[in-house]
Write a protein that binds this ligand. Structure first.
Ligand SMILES: NC(=O)c1ccc[n+]([C@@H]2O[C@H](COP(=O)([O-])OP(=O)(O)OC[C@H]3O[C@@H](n4cnc5c(N)ncnc54)[C@H](O)[C@@H]3O)[C@@H](O)[C@H]2O)c1
Length: 313
């Protein structure tokens, strides 16, 4: 495969980038294309909240990038549309190698005001659509590996909101946390085919960052800093994960914020106690809890607070 060609390390590889026509996805589409990959840009051109689809957004990017790029503009929130996007890659370019699940929407509301319909649409777009895409793409990735083609790569774009939480983001954070679970299982299920699957939590200036309505001075500072972070750094990390040097990196949760690249820890027990007797009272439980866990409890720092640092660009 083209993996060995230095000038075009992804030459001959076929990528599907969801939400690939704007923001971070656009940077990823451009970058993978620049490394030689053929790219299907699957982007319905919706607003940040998932409304007003506009197929011309992806079509314009495909026209601008020229050869080796095709636009797919249906909403990916249905199994049929996701399968069509995958089949388009296979019919246009003969295979599918690199899947970047990046499309997402936001419908924020405090939990005590949240609407089930908004929850449903966010989960459908941000978690079910990546599942539909992977359910359609992974049979091809397995078949291709059996035929001796270089193993595929999957990158799921998650969010620090799914790892830390943030005010009013019940649906978004739940979907993004779910995507981390999906990443782990897909990494396991596809390991025998040597297909890797990793999650990336990005930080970058996009129309979404531009929409942040600061509720206080700290959030205003976060927004001002975030608006200085170029999306191309995310693309470079995704490019690494899709390239030859990351063939054995799988099941990881990474982050990228300008030139800062993070490896996130994953949820594992960090303290333990064993009940002293079968029937123990609540005060006994409390004593053990305080002795073994109290100093290790995780605080309620939001992701905006945790990453409100000066960007290194
Ligand atoms: N910008 C950040 O700092 C940041 C932080 C954390 C996570 N993220 C994640 O990065 C990814 C990209 O974010 P962005 O800021 O570039 O967003 P964006 O809104 O600029 O781009 C998202 C793209 O996805 C497309 N899309 C949405 N729903 C779709 C659907 N159902 N079918 C097809 N296309 C659809 C939209 O049309 C849009 O072009 C998202 O997964 C987001 O959650 C971004």
């Amino acid at each position: 495969m083209g993996d060995s060609i230095d000038e075009a390390p992804l030459g001959g590889r076929v990528a599907l980038v969801t939400g690939g026509a704007r923001g971070i996805g656009l940077a990823v589409s451009r970058y993978l294309h620049g490394l030689g990959a053929s790219v299907v840009i699957a982007d319905s051109g919706v607003s940040v909240t998932g409304a007003e689809p506009d197929p011309s957004v992806a079509q314009a990017v495909a026209a601008e990038l020229g050869a080796r790029v095709t636009a797919f503009t249906s909403d990916l929130g249905s199994p049929d549309a996701a399968a069509e996007a995958v089949e388009l890659a296979v019919s246009c370019y003969g295979a599918i190698d690199l899947v970047v699940n990046n499309a997402a929407i936001l419908r924020d509301a405090f939990i005590f005001k949240a609407k089930p319909a908004d929850w449903g649409l966010v989960l459908q777009t941000n978690l079910s659509a990546p599942f539909y895409v992977l359910a359609a793409a992974t049979p091809h990735l397995r078949e291709q590996a059996k035929r001796g083609r270089a193993p595929g790569r999957i990158v799921n774009i998650t969010s620090s909101a799914g790892l830390y939480g943030n005010f009013g983001q019940a649906a978004y954070a739940s979907a993004k946390a779910g995507l981390v679970g999906l990443t782990r299982v897909v990494a396991m299920d596809m390991a025998r085919a040597s297909v890797t699957c990793n999650a990336v939590a990005p930080f970058a200036a996009t129309r979404v960052t531009g929409m942040i309505q600061p509720a206080n001075a700290q959030q205003a500072q976060y927004k001002e800093r975030a608006l200085r972070i170029e999306p191309r750094f995310v693309a470079e990390l995704v490019g690494f994960l899709c390239g030859p040097h990351a063939h054995d990196v799988t099941g990881q949760v990474l982050g990228v914020r300008g030139r800062e690249v993070f490896l996130f820890s994953q949820q594992r027990p960090r303290a333990e106690f064993v009940a002293p007797e079968r029937n123990w009272s609540t005060p006994e439980f409390a004593a053990m809890f305080n002795q073994h866990f109290r100093n290790d409890l995780t605080d309620l720092t939001t992701d905006l607070e945790a990453f409100n640092t000066e960007p290194v660009g």
